[in-house]
Design a protein around this ligand. Sequence first.
Ligand SMILES: Nc1ncnc2c1ncn2[C@@H]1O[C@H](COP(=O)(O)OP(=O)(O)OP(=O)(O)O)[C@@H](O)[C@H]1O
Ligand SMILES: [Mg+2]
Length: 463
Amino acid sequence: MDANERRDSAKDVDRAAPDTVEQQVDADGGSQVDQAGRDVHIHAAVDGQPMDAPNGRVEARQVVNAFRGEATNVVEAGTIYGNVTFGSGSGLGSVGEGSAVPVPAHRVVARPELSGRVIRALTDESQDDMLAVTGLCGAGGFGKTTLAAVVAGDRHVRDWFRDEVWWVTLGEHVRDIELASKVNDLTARVSGVRTDYRDPEQAGQHLGAVLEGRRCLLIVDDVWNEAQLAPFNIGGLSCRRLVTTRISSVLPQNAVSVIVDIMSPGQARAVLSEGLASTGGVDWQPLWALTGGWPVLLALANRQVQTYARRGLKVAAAVQRVAERLAAKGPAALDPKNPAQRRLAVTATVEVSLDLLAEPDPSRRTRFLELAVFTEKNIIFQQTLEIYWAYTGGLDADEVEQLCLDLADMSLVQGYQHGQRPMLWLHDVMREYIRFHTDADLARYHQDFLKSYRRQLGIAGSE
Ligand SMILES: Nc1ncnc2c1ncn2[C@@H]1O[C@H](COP(=O)(O)OP(=O)(O)OP(=O)(O)O)[C@@H](O)[C@H]1O
Ligand SMILES: [Mg+2]
């Protein structure tokens, strides 16, 4: 079957598809369609049993490829397209201990400008190198995992890969035997035969051999370092890979990288208004600004608005109340206090990156928090940091540059441009997070900043 035939047959499948909708809400929160304009169902299964979503929207129909066995940290993505949340080290819910089976928990707002690019890259006929990797990169909570699942469930993608779409979730702490075991699980899913390699590389070599000749898509979610990705990138030349990560340098040089950043105002409004009746006349602008288009915070804000609405507030008043709380206490104000849900929080999302930043040297965390002195919309010139961080941390110009590169690599800054005057900038909402987080230290950071310039200019009083 050539490419055109394959596309035609995909259309036929589309036409035959039923018309119920659950998966995505379009950017305006109106009709609910997938990338190709089709209506979509939710499907999810654990050991062959459809999972009950809290919102009761999961359908048992069309649940395919349910897997019985112990390999619960791998799911075949063909079974999960739909309204899903995903287990990961830093991310969202999963079913059961050690399981990363995606759990349907929220409606997915379409981001066609991103998913379209990913789908095009994955199904690019002109691309000979099937080993090619497509990466979804971006800071925590911006929707990489969600987007990967949307792509996994896209009809065109599933047709292109003939329904062989495999999903494995890693996380920041997965290494050694645990990593090997994830690879073994995946191999077992693909081949039906279990192996028990304890070394990730050996496990990866076996996986590569098993994948050989299969035209499939392997989605590796939540990768934190190159060593984690390596076993999934051996052999299997006919297989394409989609990787989600906060750390852009884990991707191979030739990878197509798609940055997952803030949502558009329309998409943000769709998340904010999810599940709310009578939203006419509501002014979403303050909440949009305070959440900075950050999906994880948008979802928390939506949940809080729903809570107030259930307690009798009109939606407009509930939105205003949530905006007031965010303005007063910062982005972490809406974090769930319930330990079971804490991983859904802004704090957990950010802290896991800060921990990694501080791993080689705890003072790197302080350097990052010191960025709280830069106010709204500020570009931060590297030259400024050379003066500031020389004073606060004794960093020389090289060390400042390395730290800037690392912050950019770990998606802790929104951008880092290394032209004539290297500069970086933070997401507004990240800046707000660290401003509230540093709280008592903020005044001292400001003083240090002034002192650093006094010292630079040779003005007395810098000590
Ligand atoms: N397209 C979307 N529609 C609706 N909500 C979304 C969407 N994308 C993300 N969200 C919300 O943001 C949360 C975080 O999304 P997701 O887990 O996909 O982020 P991530 O970039 O993978 O984060 P991490 O780096 O921590 O793994 C989701 O649980 C959901 O509440
Ligand atoms: Mg994720």
